[in-house]
Design a protein around this ligand. Structure first.
Ligand SMILES: Cc1cc2nc3c(=O)[nH]c(=O)nc-3n(C[C@H](O)[C@H](O)[C@H](O)COP(=O)(O)O)c2cc1C
Length: 429
């Protein structure tokens, strides 16, 4: 089997601040220094990328109040990922850095410019997590009453991505000629006006910066619905999705690859990354005991999980009877997340606990977890894992200094970067 890829997902939470192994990072992270430290560790472990998630709201859906969301630091506070990305880029030289930005709120020209600038600053190591956003609360921070309907958001996003790509392409690769003899800095014949007037967006163009070093920064996405998958098949270079049963992982991958082929793309051009939080300790018994502790039900876990699902679906789960079987629920937010959530148990309480534990699938010593991950990848066919969990020194260290060396000894992941740009490393195998 060929090697698989590794990414890190920052996962809607801040570094740990109150558990036994929390150091100073839970308090100090706003300077960005802790993220620099983590990104350097991930680069030492030859990760393909770190993905900086984003949303733009303080949710108050659960209980009709932000009490629980803020108490546990759910979805906020957080940096604007586009401001953090250059700091991470300046401190590293190989790892890819993906920043999330919404097609529902950014004007396309501004987004094209920011990601082109970032890709130049990072010497070709930037990715864009193209999200359509899921919350009216976020829309309201941008002066809108609410979001457009789910599928229409993807229609808007399709046109948005095409326009952004055209803006990146509005400078031919050799437009920046620096011709000393003829005193020409930029050849104006190689810079093109677009005059785009579409159904949803308009921009005259051209961009006011050269084409990004990667041509197009890597595009990341996480759509699970049929419309989301169609968008991904057309646009995504890497896809993020839930882990779960290998048969489901394979079915998702096969479906996306078939859609890519239908859209005229090479299915190997998109790397599908499955979320997981490995649970490791020095011995199998200790790891199993640790997993049992992590999986144990608690009031805090229940509250966090319910507030989390409330935030992304904008359904107040505090208003439901936690022990009554689910009734029909629908959302204009994360449709796939809601569908997955309700499958995990017959009542909100069962589902919330199972959801909080869903990522604890691989348990053992670093060696046995490496073996389990290798077996699942062989069954699924690729392409890699997206590690998530608390972004604290101890857990990051378990991954970068324990798991990754064990994976490298099995030649399941890379031991060195072969290329300088994110896309080249992502497409290497
Ligand atoms: C691993 C993962 C990361 C995600 N990160 C973000 C994010 O940072 N910001 C955001 O608005 N949505 C994020 N989403 C939500 C997706 O963009 C998408 O809205 C969601 O998966 C529902 O897709 P669907 O509408 O096609 O079902 C993420 C989803 C997943 C699975």
């Amino acid at each position: 089997m060929s090697k698989f890829h590794l990414g890190w997902f920052t996962n809607f939470s801040n570094p740990p601040w109150n558990h036994q192994w929390a150091g100073t990072e839970g308090r100090d992270w706003p300077s960005g220094d802790a993220h620099v430290e983590f990104t350097r560790a991930l680069e030492r472990a030859c990760f393909d990328y770190i993905m900086l998630e984003d949303s733009s709201m303080v949710s108050d859906i659960f209980e009709g109040s932000s009490r629980v969301d803020l108490k546990y630091g759910l979805y906020s506070p957080k940096h604007d990922p586009l401001m953090l990305a250059p700091k991470l880029a300046a401190a590293t030289s190989k790892i890819g850095i993906i920043a999330t930005a919404s097609t529902s709120f950014y004007p396309p020209w501004l987004l094209a410019r920011r990601f082109a600038s970032l890709d130049h600053i990072a010497h070709g190591r930037i990715g864009w997590n193209a999200v359509t956003s899921s919350e009216d609360r976020a829309a309201q921070n941008h002066g809108l009453d609410g979001l457009p309907p789910h599928d229409e958001r993807y229609d808007r996003a399709d046109e948005f991505v095409d326009l952004v790509k055209n803006l990146w392409d509005s400078w031919e690769p050799d437009a920046h000629v620096l011709d000393r003899e003829n005193r020409v800095y930029v050849d104006h014949e190689k810079v093109h006006v677009l005059d785009h007037r579409g159904k949803y967006h308009a921009s005259r163009g051209p961009l006011n910066l050269m084409r990004p070093p990667q041509g197009h920064p890597v595009i990341c996405q996480a759509g699970g619905s049929p419309r989301g998958r169609a968008f991904a098949a057309k646009n995504a270079d890497t896809l993020l999705t839930a882990g779960g049963e290998p048969a489901d992982m394979k079915a998702y991958r096969d479906d996306v690859r078939a859609r890519m082929a239908e859209a005229g793309r090479n299915p190997d051009g998109c790397k599908i990354m499955y979320i997981t939080t490995p649970v490791m300790a020095d011995t199998e018994d200790e790891a199993q005991a640790k997993a049992a502790r992590l999986r144990a039900s608690s009031a805090a876990k229940l509250e966090t999980s319910l507030a989390h699902i409330s935030a992304v679906t904008e359904i107040d789960f505090a208003a439901l009877d936690l022990d009554t079987e689910f009734s029909e629920l629908s959302t204009n937010g994360h449709t796939t997340t809601l569908a997955n959530f309700t499958k995990l148990g017959s009542t909100p309480r069962e589902a919330a606990i199972a959801w909080a534990n869903a990522n604890f699938r691989y348990v053992g010593t670093p060696d046995s977890v490496a073996e389990q991950m290798g077996e699942v990848m062989a069954e699924v066919g690729g392409d890699g894992f997206l590690i998530t969990g608390n972004i604290g020194r101890r857990f990051v260290g378990e991954i970068t200094e324990g798991l990754v060396p064990a994976l490298q000894r099995r030649e399941l992941v890379r031991s060195e970067y072969r290329h300088d740009t994110f896309r080249e490393n992502l497409l290497e195998f």
